[in-house]
Design a protein around this ligand. Sequence first.
Ligand code: FES
Ligand code: FES
Length: 161
Amino acid sequence: MISFTLNGSAVEVDVPDGMPLLWVLRDTLGLTGTKYGCGIALCGACTIHIDGVAARCCVLPVAAVAGKSVTTIEGIGSVTQPHPVQQAWIDEQVPQCGYCQPGMIMAVSAFLKTTPDPDDAAIDQSITNICRCGTYPRIRKAIHRAASLMGDNGPLPDSTT
Ligand code: FES
Ligand code: FES
């Protein structure tokens, strides 16, 4: 049994220690917002937060999060109360197919906690997630909008951690 906190609630899973966390989230716990892209920690589709820090969970053994706090895209906002990054994504109409976007939003929400007013160079250096639809220009605009929203509204809420 491996225990951790998931989106603010305690969970316990009976799976092999080495099973990738992405499998556990999607197949065991039914949270399919986190996506499988490359499976080798390169594309960022599977980005989540572990203790508030962005991590790619497709190659991360579930045992690595024992006792930690995991947040997925399902845990950072809601339809009625979107996270500021989600609101900026809506305002800028960022997604095309949408597949990469949960990972993008998780990467950006963690990034803005440590870099609240990034320039384009900082965004390009830090947000290395891949979007096959090429939404990068709108992603940059939405990151600036989210930074501005957070500037108006105070600091980013902690991901349910
Ligand atoms: S699926 Fe994890 S980084 Fe691509
Ligand atoms: S919106 Fe289609 S892969 Fe990014």
